[in-house]
Structures are given as C-alpha cells and as structure tokens.
Design a protein around this ligand. Structure first.
Ligand code: ATP
Ligand code: MG
Length: 251
C-alpha cells in the first residue's frame, strides 16, 4: 500500500486512502480512463463541504434508505468508482434488503464487467453474503438512450421501481426518472444534472454514504418514505452548507 495511505495519523488519511483505492482499481483495469477525473471533481466538492456529512446529507441518506426499504423491487446499480470506494458496504446493504446489485458502467467493456463482477462476488464469498450480482445480461433497456449506454438487465434495473445509482451520469439519471422509477443518487456536486434530476440526491462522499446506509439496514430500521420530499430544498441546503463551511474558515 502507498505509505501515506497506510498512516492513519496523516491529516489527509481518509482522502489518501480513497485515492489509493481508485489507483488500485485502475491498475487492475476496473476503471475507465476518465474515472480519476470524475473522482477529482468529487474531491473538490468534498473539500468545499469540509469533508463531512452535512445534516441535509444525513437526512437525504435516511430518506433514500426509507425508499429502498419500502420498495417492491429495489436495485443497487454500481459503476467502477462505486465498486472501488463503496462496493463492500453496498453488498452488505443489498444483503440486508435482499435486493440485487447490478454492475452498470458508462463505457462497457467485457474485461471491466468481468473484473468488477468477480471483485464483488469475491467479497460475497469472503463475507458470507448471499447477494445476486447482475450485469452480465444485456436483455433490458433504459428507454430514451442510444447504444451501449442504454443496456441493463431485464431482471435488474429495467424491472426496478426504486434504484440507487451512486455517481450516475445526468443523461441516464434523467432517462431512469423518465421511466417512472424512483432514482436515488449520490453526488458531491449539488449542481450536476444528476443531482438536479434525481428523486433523492445525497450530496456526500459515496464511501461515507454506503457505510451510513449499511448502518440503517443493520439497525433494522423501518422509516416511512416522505412523499413530500423536496429535493431542490435539500440541494439548496448543501450549497448553504458549503457557504457556512467557507465562512467559518476565516472568521
Ligand atoms: P452530470 O452528468 O450529472 O451533469 P458530470 O458530467 O459533471 O455530471 P460525471 O463525470 O457524469 O459528472 O460524474 C462524476 C460525478 O460524480 C461528479 O459530479 C462528482 O462530483 C461525483 N463524484 C465523484 N467522486 C465521488 C465520490 N467519491 N462521492 C460522491 N460523488 C462523487
Ligand atoms: Mg455526466
């Protein structure tokens, strides 16, 4: 392991550890070329937020959990960065919810699909989890998208009523909402199209969110979804959180 990432006393330990996970996944060929750029944009927003879970993000995470728990056919969709940073905790969440987890990547190649699926199945075996890992089949479609980006599994995302898609692209988020699904996203950028289009946006780091969702599930909580959830108000609260953090730095 990178020596700095192995030293918990380093002030940037958590961030370095995440970089290390991304670097390692890239070396294993699990990520697309642009994955580090996407991670860097996320890091910049996390810095502005003070690298913490804001109160509004914690509320959004709770709402997302409530909707997953109440869903008829929930599915957790993961891309390469999500597997690297949060895959194991999301498998534990999927096991608690008894729902499938689907690998669905923007730039689909067979090698990356195989690598990501076997990484996830390896964790299931090590942790004794009975989770269906989908993504091999391409027998479903996301309406309104063209080409490989529209591919998904008929038994997974295509059939889901509620889908958790951390770090999703704006286009696909919009298409999933257009199919009438409840779309729960994780995106540190409260201004992205994804953040502004989703049903519930969690403006927080995906690794922190996955741990929090797993804890909600492991405490066997049964929160009721809030049908009056105001996503725009939650995004505004995230922006207010950034301003408050920045004002606090120099006052
Ligand atoms: P959109 O397509 O929604 O308009 P975009 O094209 O600007 O967004 P993408 O490249 O599609 O962005 O996706 C990367 C997004 O993921 C960025 O908005 C970034 O803030 C977010 N992100 C990256 N890493 C993390 C992370 N670890 N946790 C949470 N969000 C992250
Ligand atoms: Mg995008």
């Amino acid at each position: 392991m990178n020596p700095i990432a192995a030293d918990p006393s380093h002030p940037r330990y958590a961030s370095l550890l995440r970089r290390h996970l991304i670097e390692e996944a890239a070396t294993e060929g699990l990520l697309a070329g642009s994955a580090m750029i996407a991670h860097g944009r996320g890091e910049a927003f996390d810095y502005l937020l003070g690298e913490r879970t804001t109160e509004s993000a914690a509320m959004a995470t709770r709402e997302a959990y409530a909707r997953l728990h109440a869903a008829k056919h929930p599915v957790i969709s993961v891309n390469g960065n999500t597997v690297a940073l949060a895959g194991r905790d999301l498998l534990h969440l999927a096991a608690s919810l008894a729902c499938p987890l689907e690998v669905n990547i923007f730039y689909r190649t067979q090698a990356r699909m195989d690598g990501l699926i076997s990484r996830l199945e390896g964790w299931c075996e090590q942790d004794g989890l009975d989770v269906e890992v989908l993504g091999r089949q391409t027998d479903g479609r996301i309406d309104g998208l063209e080409g490989p980006r529209a591919q998904c599994e008929a038994a997974g995302i295509a059939a889901a009523d509620v889908v958790l898609v951390p770090l999703e692209d704006g286009d696909r988020c919009e298409a999933l909402v257009g199919m009438g699904k409840t779309v729960l996203v994780v995106d540190l950028n409260p201004l992205s199209r994804t953040a502004r289009t989703a049903s519930v946006t969690i403006v927080d780091e995906v690794g922190r969110v996955a741990k929090a969702l797993r804890q909600h599930a492991e405490r066997s909580e049964h929160p009721t979804p809030n049908t009056a959830w105001d996503n725009d108000a939650c995004l505004q609260a995230s922006l207010d959180g950034i301003v408050a953090h920045l004002q606090g730095l120099f006052s």
